[in-house]
Design a binder for this molecule. Sequence first.
Ligand SMILES: *Cc1c(COP(=O)(O)O)cnc(C)c1O
Length: 361
Amino acid sequence: MVDLQIQYQTLQAEIDTEVAKVLGDARFILGPNVHAFEEEVAAYLGVAHAVSCASGTDALHLALRAADVGPGDEVITTPFTFIATAEAICYVGATPVFVDIDPLTFNIDIARVEAAISERTAAVLPVHLYGQPADMKALRALCDAHRLWLIEDCAQSFGARAEGGAYTGSIGEFGCFSFFPSKNLGCYGDGGLVTTSTETMANRLRKLRNHGSSAQYEHDLVGYNSRLDEIQAAVLRIKLRHIDRFNASRRAAAQRYDALLEALPLRVPCRDPHVTHVFHQYTVLCKARDLVVKALRDAGIACAIYYPRPLHQQKAFSGMVAGVSLPVTEGVARDCLSLPMYPELTDAQAQRVAEVLAAAL
Ligand SMILES: *Cc1c(COP(=O)(O)O)cnc(C)c1O
């Protein structure tokens, strides 16, 4: 699905040098690379503050804690995402409220968000699925009108721009990023980051990620051990300098797939013309999915299903959402299939994937 070796090879000289420096300096936690990376990300995204942490899951958890979302609160989110989105809601004792997705973009359906708002709603947590921004203009207006927190799950959307040009992660009160190795901006282990526009929230996030600490052995609140380490920060600083090129290559590869697959009995999610998509995944809908998966596997081509079982149908949430039916999500989960996608994907590779698909269909 992703060739991480080829990317390392192209950046190896830079990465090896910087990682060796970290080892030589022997400052591994909350050192100069972490601070520099946070400033560089904030400048790139056009946000006031960026606070790194140990994972994308933690970024969501810390944002919800900083916002003081907790027991008795509801958080409206999408069922068509990685489980971490909803796990974080449960970590703070709040209840996830899953609403159906838009049949064209597979992002959260705004009308259904509005219909799900209750007295107990504290926040809305959209995901920019596959790297395509959700309708942030509508979500921002809705959250402002109802005085709700807007917390963006940007794990798949580093560098994507919403309508009007603002980067994902700069529109909600919080933007939560993952640097898991296979994400668009990925490190060589786990990593995450939260963006916020206020000093107050940035300070809360900095405390929460480091045992609630304001100064050494002074603990203002009960926090966590959730820090990005210096080696990962050093790697991320290098990759950040290349992210625009990587995302442009992903868009080019997606265009190539679009052209190659045009005549086949497949459907692709609708591309919102007002946003800049970063194609974390290239996903198609295919009625004959089992057959296509088998053909790709037989040809030695990777593929993956994001996501085969929506969150409202997961055992983990059965106590909270029993009996909910979300037909659009369920239909997309039945037919969706993601194809290999990474910046270095060649024309020849895309062509080969298309040939195998065409033969199978
Ligand atoms: C990857 C991912 C996460 C979790 O990030 P980790 O860094 O793996 O904890 C959360 N939400 C979405 C949508 C993701 O794709």
